[in-house]
Ligand binder design. Structure first.
Ligand code: SAM
Length: 274
């Protein structure tokens, strides 16, 4: 457990962001232990480790935990709907879909995250067979990663499904645009994209103050710039709450409210020229 460490007094950004993957795993472990669970991640408890459970308990509310539960299910459903034979998980963290999800035989799953995060997961799950053709790709997503994905076998001309789950809020605005530009360039028509975002006001959200950097109030417009037709949900909306997210969000027109968005999008046309 040495390679993804929790926040200490002097914790810097580069340590906290990978550790956040363990906190996500802790929340998926909690959800998995419920009788009315929205999914079952049998590996999450091992990957999270005790410190991550402590941090979740100290810093996050039950609704924060419900958010991660509904987000996981929302994107599981998107993957099932997409029927894509190649799937790219950007900033996959300790997501175990490559080991737990019932992929169609032969599905290629590409996972990109920092080297220490992927090696930690692979080491702890070394005796667990993936349920897909698994391609872990160590990469910094703010640097060039397109070539690594292509070298690993990704086919840009074939339909794909992408998940960008719990990442964009940690990036600078120009990094978000660069990332979406590459995703768009590599996605053929009818490909699917699942992504979550916070709004601009959410950047200051208490437990993550100083760590969140990017928020977007109108994800539909942002994604349309890159050729994606998006459907945007708040976690309390029908179609996203799964009976688990119970705190009601106000309508999106209401100003000055922190928000999170769950987005599913499909590639329709060429991106606008930047
Ligand atoms: N998608 C996973 C999930 O939902 O559990 C992980 C989400 S976690 C909150 C954020 C993830 O983003 C971490 O795994 C972190 O390592 C990854 N990440 C953040 N910035 C990154 C970057 N520049 N390059 C690669 N991975 C990055």
């Amino acid at each position: 457990m040495d390679d993804i460490q929790p926040r200490s007094e002097a914790e810097d950004y580069s340590k906290f962001v990978p550790f956040s993957a363990r906190m996500m795993a802790a929340m998926r472990a909690r959800e998995s232990s419920r009788e009315d669970r929205l999914f079952h991640d049998p590996f999450a408890e091992l990957l999270a480790g005790e410190e991550a459970f402590q941090r979740v308990d100290q810093q996050l509310t039950p609704q924060d935990q419900a958010y991660v539960a509904v987000r996981t299910r929302f994107f599981d459903n998107l993957l099932s709907h997409s029927k894509a034979n190649q799937v790219v998980l950007l900033a996959s963290g300790l997501d175990t879909r490559a080991y737990r999800y019932p992929w169609h035989p032969g599905t290629d799953v590409y996972e990109l995250d920092y080297p220490e995060v992927l090696s930690y997961k692979i080491r702890l799950l070394e005796n667990t067979p993936p349920t897909c053709k698994h391609h872990p790709i160590p990469a910094d997503l703010t640097q060039s990663w397109k070539e690594k994905l292509l070298e690993s076998g990704y086919q840009p001309d074939a339909p794909s499904a992408w998940l960008i789950e719990g990442l964009l809020m940690y990036l600078m605005e120009e990094q978000v645009h660069a990332l979406l530009g590459v995703v768009s360039e590599l996605s053929s028509a009818s490909s699917w994209l699942g992504v979550d975002m916070i709004n601009v006001k959410g950047v200051d959200y208490g437990p993550y103050e100083g760590y969140f950097r990017f928020g977007c109030d109108i994800p539909e417009e942002l994604l349309l710039e890159y050729g994606w037709q998006a459907e945007v949900f708040q976690p309390s909306d029908e179609g996203a709450n799964f009976g688990r997210y119970t705190e009601q969000y106000s309508a999106r027109e209401v100003p000055d409210v922190m928000r999170a968005f769950l987005v599913k999008a499909q590639k329709t046309n060429s991106p606008l020229q930047h």
